[in-house]
Design a binder for this molecule. Structure first.
Ligand code: ZN
Length: 139
């Protein structure tokens, strides 16, 4: 099943991977900019183009975002191409995980088979994300 993932989905999910993608200084600055933008998105502001710019800033986050969205047009305009030989197995129909804490906006998509489910970045180190179900929406 093809999911309609957008740059906001990419923004939340990449929050959990910045430390793998960037050095610790960049991970911190990008992370705090990212969270500010996501907060503004939460309050209804249109921040998609700013998010896209932020995620394209380094080759690592650009590649990650491209893979996440898996669409030609979103990121390729910035010149990114999936490198040959990248054989990572991505899940089609990624599974969504949410934070069980009341009012916490964090969520994450599991992209690869066997990928470990992270802790919530707002509630590190104690809160594990849980699989999203229809019922969890109404909690
Ligand atoms: Zn949380």
């Amino acid at each position: 099943m093809i999911q309609d993932l957008n740059i906001i989905d990419a923004g939340y999910t990449i929050c959990f991977h910045l430390k793998e993608l960037l050095n610790s200084t960049d991970a911190e600055t990008t992370g705090s900019e990212l969270k500010k933008l996501l907060n503004r998105a939460q309050s209804g502001e249109k921040v998609n183009s700013q998010l896209r710019e932020l995620l394209k800033r380094s080759p690592e986050t650009r590649k990650w975002t491209y893979n996440f969205l898996n669409t030609e047009e979103e990121i390729t305009r910035g010149g990114f191409k999936n490198p040959p030989g990248d054989s990572t197995q991505y899940i089609s129909g990624m599974k969504k995980y949410i934070c069980p804490e009341n009012g916490c906006p964090a969520y994450w998509y599991r992209q690869r088979v066997g990928q470990e489910v992270p802790k919530c970045f707002n509630h590190v180190p104690h809160v594990d994300l849980i699989p999203y179900t229809k019922e969890s929406e109404t909690v």
